[in-house]
Design a protein around this ligand. Structure first.
Ligand code: AMP
Length: 278
């Protein structure tokens, strides 16, 4: 496994592999790796000849300074894990390497970044798009793997590739969960043992909500979810039922054939997100 921190070096290593006829699969991460990240790598290993993983905690996508400071970092453990997964190249640039100058670019994602995470974390998706576009232009992969855990991010990245005409395919990967159903996340490391147990209510509630679809109206299901959170120790920030393609909210089940429910909730001061197909 090669570990690279310079843009010049990764570009030349990737070029060598591509010239020799290999396809490149790319998994961008912010480190503190867990089985969710590793599942993306497993998919990349199946499809591509060479797998590149980046570890970069992107300051531009943190709208909350404390969240950035507290973001878990564990580089040596990450590197050991990546070795066991047979990753070929790890790209770990510094902030100065990625952003030698101040970056000013504003994307137009239409409705996609106006709702849910976009509404509650202003500037977040613009920061995501800046780093993802930059990483795509550096690594030039054939395929890039993203988790449905961050479904709205996945929608933004697909749109980014379309509007910036970047020649690669985005591969969506399913959500990997802990035994109690909690979606795996680097932020889970910041939960106490009790919070981690209590946070299981997120997926339990989403699963129940999906089962209710057959017999209840959309508003009744929304009410049910809100009530479940009221009775829990978690604080619900939003629950939205939307069309999964446009992320626009819908009023009744028949409004869309591709429906998804999205939650953001706080367990203590840790913000957790999850989503489910209806
Ligand atoms: P992050 O390090 O949080 O930026 O995540 C890097 C990639 O891993 C993103 O594409 C995430 O959607 C994906 N990912 C994170 N957690 C999970 C999970 N529990 N299941 C599937 N993919 C995940």
């Amino acid at each position: 496994m090669i570990i690279v921190d310079s843009i010049k070096q990764i570009k030349s290593v990737v070029k060598c592999y591509k010239t020799a006829g290999n396809t490149i699969g790319f998994v961008p991460t912010m480190g503190a790796l867990h089985n969710g990240h590793l599942s993306l790598i497993t998919q990349a290993k199946k499809k591509d000849d060479i797998v590149v993983v980046s570890i970069f905690v992107n300051p531009l996508q943190f709208n909350n300074k404390e969240d950035l400071e507290k973001y878990p970092r564990n580089v040596s453990k990450d590197i050991d894990l990546l070795k066991t997964k047979g990753v070929d190249i790890v790209f770990m640039p510094s902030v100065e390497e990625m952003y030698p100058q101040e970056v000013e670019k504003t994307y137009d994602f239409g409705q996609l970044d106006k709702v849910m995470e976009g509404a509650f974390r202003p500037g977040h998706f613009n920061g995501v798009a800046i780093v993802v576009e930059r990483l795509f232009r550096i690594v030039q992969p054939n395929h890039a793997y993203f988790g449905e855990k961050d479904f709205q991010q996945l929608s933004i990245v697909k749109k980014l590739v379309e509007i910036e005409k970047i020649d690669l395919e985005i591969i969506p990967c399913p959500i990997i969960r802990e035994e109690n159903g909690l979606a795996m996340s680097s932020r889970n490391e910041r939960l106490t043992k009790e919070e981690r147990e209590k946070a299981a209510i997120i997926y339990q509630t989403l699963s129940k909500a999906v089962k209710m679809k057959a017999d209840y109206t959309l508003q009744e299901v929304e009410q049910f979810v809100k009530q479940q959170f009221k009775e829990s120790v978690l604080e619900l920030e939003y629950f939205s039922i939307v069309d999964a393609d446009t992320l626009s909210s819908i009023k009744k089940w028949s409004d869309s054939k591709n429906i998804r429910g999205f939650v953001a909730a706080f367990a203590g001061n840790v913000r957790l997100i999850d989503n489910i197909a209806f």
